[in-house]
Each structure stands twice: as C-alpha cells, then as structure tokens.
Design a protein around this ligand. Structure first.
Ligand code: NIG
Ligand code: FE
Length: 413
C-alpha cells in the first residue's frame, strides 16, 4: 500500500553533496521499499496513496545502522570498571581471568530466556534512538553449544523485533579456560564448528579478535580460511591495543570491515582501501579504556577508506547503548566531521555489513528512515543524550519504542 510522507528536510546521504540535502522533500513507500523521492513540489499529481503524513518540515535521515555490537551476554562488569578506575589495565584484568572470560562464565550460566530478555531490552534502547539495523556477535559462549545457543538467540531477536539483525560468529574472541595454553587446539575447534553453524543458517559473517591477549595473525588466518571455504564473509577486531598487521591480513581475505584500528599502520590502510574494506571506528571502547592513541583518521581519509561508527556495545570495554553518543565521541575524540559520523552510522555501517539496500534515502532502497525533531542533521552528533526521534519507520512500517509495529490508530495524520 502506497504511503506518502510530505514536507520533510531530507538528509538522503546519496551523493557527495553535503548531507545529500533535499529541502522540502517527500517520500513515497510501497511495502518495504522507497518508490519515489524528490521535492514535494515535484510530486506526481496523480499518485494514489493509502495514507499521507505531513512532517511539517521535520528532518528525515536513513535509519541508523549499528554495525558492531556484542548485545547477547549474561551479567555485567561494573566491578572491572571500578578496578580500572583504580589503575588496573584492561589487558591485566584479562590476564587475571576476568574480562571477556568473566562474561563467558555468566553467559554459560544464564538461561536462554534471561539472555534473550536482556538482549531484547538493549536492542530496544538502540531502536528508540533510530537504529533500524543491528549487527550482533556471538563470542561469549566459546564452546559449540553456547556459541550456537547465543547465535540462535540472535536469530530469535531478528524474528521477534521489528528491525534487521545481522548475526556474526565470533568464536575466536578469547581463549576459553578449557583450552588454556592450547590456543591452536581451540582455533581448530572453532574452525570445526563452522560448517554446522553455517548449515543451520546461524552466521552471516565470521569475526575474530587479533591481539596479544587474544589470537595471533596465523590463528585468525585459519579461521578466515574456514569461513572462506563456506562462502562466509569475514571481518576482524584489528589493531585495537597493538599493531598486529591484522588489518592487512583481513583485507587480503576481502574483509567487509576491520574494527577498532587505533594501531593501524599505513600499509594496513592501503590494503583496506584496495580491498574495499570498511574501517569501523569504536570510540566507546577508546573512551572507556582511556586510550590515548586515536585511529589514524587522516591516513584512512587519504587512502579513501570509508569510515563507519558503531557502539561496540559489550559489558567490558564499551557499555555504551547509544549510537548517537558514539557519533558524538567519534567527532570529539577522533575528529570526524558530524557528516562523516552520520554517514558512518548509516551508509558506511551498512556497507560494513555487506548490505547494499539501506543506509541512504533513494528509490529502490528499504524504507528504513527516522523523523527527528531537529533543524539540521549535524545536531545528531552534537547533542549528548536526550535526542529522540519523533518517528521510526522500518521497512515502511512505523514502530513504537516498545518494539511494537504501530497500527493505524497509533499514527497521527
Ligand atoms: O570489541 N575487543 C574485543 N572484544 C570486545 C570487548 C569484549 C569484552 O571486554 O567483553 C570489543 O571491545
Ligand atoms: Fe567488539
């Protein structure tokens, strides 16, 4: 059924024109798609529509895309937050068996319903800020049964929530205690689980954590080989705490994205550019860990590597549940422009997930868009909290903050 949205200031993000700006624009949707978009004055006079909404000059952007999260986990790690405030480092906490492994213990102990309910609440918090597509990684199970269980919960979130959920298998996130001292044996296990996970349709992509406190370059390579054998795209937590050459390795596998990148070197940036790999910046983790070395934004720009911004929501290094705040941090801490931050949380984030059907407002794309009570899109990266959409449209349907799809009675004309 055709629905017409009139009198909007559109930040289409479609081209190099600043913001892809279209003043006094209109959008026509049929089902899940945008079928017409242009100046309100150019609306075809004969268009028959089932509903028409006057947005009265409000700002409209594409739906936001959070392309890097770890939303499914048990427990919390506020105790580690306190320890870090006392001067204990993230790496030291990990070496003492805390960090990722403490969340692994809590996740393994948690019932499915507990994990699902907590992740659902977190996803709805993102949705309430205009996020219409979320990537969620496994990586807190670290055995076959619990990794598969978390991936099934991720799939259930995608079925039951009115947003797109992309599932990424991150078995190579940390070395589980059962394999202490035997990382190569664990990596062999991770590779051996992949065919069954893929056969059940549980993974859209495969990720690994390449770092001194996690897995080596060679171990990441073995995981990527297993993914490639199954036709699954790869991505990498790369160069977060040290330069491991992980980005160049991942780019060699045509990785969708390399994420974090504080210690990325020039060769890595060039390899990413050649492979079309997206740089996913995670300023929440940078801020929480009080890192001092920002990713090499100038080198990434010079190499024309597209920049994305994500929350990296996780209970350790980034307990951040606001993509808008991640955009603000990307500007303040990494010196992105507000427009780069918005493109980073829409079109470039979609590219980091291999999704070509969203992230911009254009004919043929998904009708995922957000109406904001703001005058200009630069405000999205400017306000620190309290910036809420007036309406969120996912696949042509308006959704409420509680995750219900609005029915006709909820919609104001
Ligand atoms: O993306 N870097 C590795 N993994 C997560 C942190 C996970 C955790 O501390 O629980 C990240 O920052
Ligand atoms: Fe992460």
């Amino acid at each position: 059924m055709p629905i017409l949205w009139r009198h909007a200031q559109l930040a289409t993000l479609t081209d190099d024109a600043p913001w892809g700006w279209l003043a006094d624009g209109a959008l026509l949707t049929i089902g899940e798609r945008l079928v017409w978009l242009g100046r309100d004055a150019d609306l075809p006079g004969d268009a028959e529509v089932d509903a028409e909404y006057d947005l009265e000059g409000a700002l409209v952007t594409p739906g936001l895309v959070d392309c890097h999260t770890h939303l499914v986990y048990g427990g919390a790690r506020a105790d580690e937050f306190e320890a870090r405030l006392q001067g204990v480092s993230y790496a030291e906490i990990a070496r003492r068996g805390g960090g990722v492994l403490s969340t692994v213990r809590a996740t393994r102990e948690a019932a499915d319903e507990t994990l699902f309910a907590a992740a659902r609440r977190r996803a709805l918090a993102l949705l309430a800020e205009g996020v219409t597509t979320i990537e969620i990684k496994s990586g807190y199970g670290l055995n076959f049964a619990d990794e598969a269980r978390c991936l099934r919960i991720i799939r259930r979130l995608g079925r039951e929530l009115p947003l797109t959920v992309v599932a990424t298998f991150l078995g190579a996130h940390a070395l589980p205690p059962e394999f202490a001292g035997r990382p190569d044996d664990y990596v062999a296990e991770v590779c051996a689980w992949l065919p069954a996970l893929a056969a059940e349709g549980l993974a859209d992509a495969v990720d690994a954590f390449c770092e001194t406190i996690a897995f080596s370059n060679d171990q990441a390579r073995r995981v990527f080989d297993a993914a490639r054998a199954l036709g699954l795209p790869v991505k990498l937590h790369a160069e977060q705490l040290s330069d491991q050459g992980g980005a160049a390795l991942a780019a060699g596998y045509g990785a969708l994205s390399c994420d974090h990148l504080e210690y990325l070197n020039d060769a890595g940036a060039r390899a990413m550019a050649a492979a079309g790999t997206i740089a996913v910046l995670l300023p929440g983790a940078f801020y929480v860990l009080r890192e001092s070395r920002p990713p090499p934004i100038a080198a990434l720009r010079a190499a024309s590597v597209p920049l994305a911004v994500a929350t990296d929501h996780n209970p350790g290094s980034s307990p951040l549940l606001s993509l808008l705040l991640a955009m603000n941090l990307a500007c303040t801490l990494f010196r992105l422009t507000p427009e780069e931050a918005l493109r980073g949380a829409t079109i470039n984030a979609a590219r980091a997930l291999g999704l070509a059907d969203r992230g911009v407002l254009a004919v043929g794309k998904r009708a995922d868009f957000v109406v904001w009570p703001l005058n200009h899109p630069r405000e999205l990266a400017y306000w620190m909290g309290g910036c809420h959409p007036s309406r969120v449209i996912v696949g042509g349907r308006e959704v409420c903050a509680d995750g219900r799809v609005a029915n006709e009675a909820d919609l104001q004309p």
